[in-house]
Design a binder for this molecule. Structure first.
Ligand code: SF4
Ligand code: SF4
Length: 222
């Protein structure tokens, strides 16, 4: 019938219009800020720096390699590498970011910094209530403002954080096994060299003059 499609479309629109006032699943808006829709696990807003342990400064995973700074498309990451090394949260001396700032007024939430970081040190936050009337200083976050614990990371992205922990634990096991294999090989080499050294020590010192063939007297008859 001519116009049947139009009538069906109008009926659907009317159903949705009426439903949006009475049907819970069709009410797409909530009365924010009193009401809030739970944040989805994959939501991403601006980056933060992950730290392990209780001390945010010692525990930062960032080693100031500056890869994220180079790859950030709008160039809103500013890093200064330390000139010295400080113990990290497990006591290993490590280069650290003397300065690590992100201008979140420029950041476009692309997550490239997260993808290029080889140390799982930078992740995306879900916090979006960041408005301020200080356009410049208020939106330039330093490393203290950017630091968030690994527990916080687990709270906001549990699946991803668990995968990262498993990956880091696997890498740690691998590097420990490699270090142990290298230490074992060095010990075996030293053990193999020890008897030779002992033999050389035990052998009497030989005077080369004594062992050299005696020169025949000149013109000596036989
Ligand atoms: S999310 Fe994108 S724009 Fe923002 S700091 Fe990371 S790389 Fe730069
Ligand atoms: S956050 Fe990652 S990529 Fe960026 S400087 Fe630190 S370790 Fe390097």
């Amino acid at each position: 019938m001519l116009g049947e499609g139009i009538l069906r479309g109008l009926a659907e629109t009317a159903r949705n219009f009426a439903g949006s006032f009475v049907s819970k699943e069709r009410m797409t808006t909530v009365e924010y800020p009193e009401e809030r829709i739970p944040t989805m696990e994959n939501a991403r807003v601006f980056p933060f720096l992950v730290y392990d342990g209780a001390d945010w400064e010692a525990g930062l995973r960032c080693v100031a390699c500056q890869i994220c700074e180079k790859e950030c498309p709008p160039k809103c990451i500013y890093i200064e590498k330390s000139k010295d090394k400080k113990p990290d949260y497990v006591g290993k001396p490590q280069i650290y970011p003397a300065r690590f700032d992100i201008d979140i007024s420029v950041c476009m939430s692309c997550q490239i910094c997260v993808e290029v970081c080889p140390f799982e040190a930078i992740k995306m936050d879900t916090q979006f209530e960041l408005s301020t009337d200080d356009r410049f200083g208020g939106l330039l976050y330093d490393k203290k403002e950017l630091a968030r614990s690994n527990e916080y990371y687990h709270e906001i992205h549990p699946t991803e954080a668990a995968e990262v922990d498993a990956r880091l634990a696997g890498e740690k096991l691998k590097s420990e096994a490699k270090a142990k294999a290298a230490a074992d090989a060095a010990a075996a080499k030293a053990a193999a060299a020890a008897p030779v050294a002992k033999q050389a020590e035990a052998a009497p010192a030989v005077n080369p003059a004594e062992t050299a063939p005696k020169a025949k007297p000149a013109g000596g008859g036989e």
